[in-house]
Design a protein around this ligand. Structure first.
Ligand code: PGA
Length: 245
């Protein structure tokens, strides 16, 4: 069983990968092999994997003796009922998940998720006993128009009313999957801004957007930042172990 309370948090967001059950298990085996080979001490980091929901239970059973937590990539805005094709926060909790990613930019863009829906999902997650990982970040157009602060303030507003622990992942949309992360000074500035909004709250702030084995060390050295949400690089077990190590 996992313990979540370390200073550094690293989340592997597998998104809609790998494309089959056997490949997912192979990736997990490769994680375990690389964790051992690189002597990564899982007692020093909050190591969270967010695989596609369909692989979660098998991964949970395989990981039980490791200090690794599991997260849903998305949950329904309601917790039970006639919502064909949706998955509830309680059902994730019942198969061993402790976290739920909410409001990822890919869901905001492709599924047209708006702030009100994201706020609702957050409450549903908390009520079911999941810790929300709320993703925020500006698009390229918003960045170019210097609207970042306005966008973040709007996206974070509802969290002011939440008094349990949560995580905020700052993921500028223009940095996700591009190979080019935001620069360190910029990440530091945004992290300070988010920290100021929630100064008295028990939260963790992560950065996401093209984190890889080359830039991870510097990113983790940022004083005010608690870790990273990693997409593409988390699909390569060797590279991901280097990010964690
Ligand atoms: P990336 O994705 O690391 O591939 O940029 C991050 C994310 O979308 O969470």
């Amino acid at each position: 069983m996992s313990q979540y309370n370390k200073s550094k948090t690293i989340i592997a967001n597998w998104k809609m990968n790998p494309k089959s059950y056997s490949e997912a298990i192979n990736l997990l085996d490769a994680y375990i092999e690389n964790i051992n080979n690189n002597k990564i001490n899982l007692n020093n980091i909050n190591f969270i994997i967010a695989p596609p929901a369909i692989y979660l239970q098998a991964i949970f059973l395989k990981l039980q003796k490791f200090n690794i937590c599991l997260s849903a990539q998305n949950i329904c805005w309601e917790n039970q009922g006639a919502f064909t094709g949706e998955l509830s926060a309680s059902s994730f909790k019942s198969i061993g998940c402790e976290f739920a990613i909410i409001g990822h930019s890919e869901r905001r863009i492709y599924n047209k998720e708006i702030d009100e829906l994201i706020a609702k999902k957050c409450l549903v997650a908390i009520n079911a006993g999941l810790t929300p990982i709320v993703c925020v970040g500006e698009t390229k157009v918003e960045f170019d128009n210097q609207e970042t602060w306005r966008v973040l303030t709007r996206q974070l507003e509802f969290l002011k009313n939440i008094n349990t622990h949560f995580l905020v992942a700052y993921e500028p949309v223009w940095a996700i999957g591009t190979g080019v992360s935001a620069d360190l000074a910029y990440i530091a500035k945004i992290t300070d801004y988010i920290r100021d909004i929630f100064n008295s709250k028990n939260i963790k702030i992560l950065y996401g957007g093209s984190v890889n084995e080359v830039n991870a060390k510097e990113i983790f050295q940022l004083q005010n930042l608690d870790g990273a949400l990693v997409g593409g690089a988390s699909l390569d077990a060797e590279q991901f172990a280097k990010i964690c190590g």
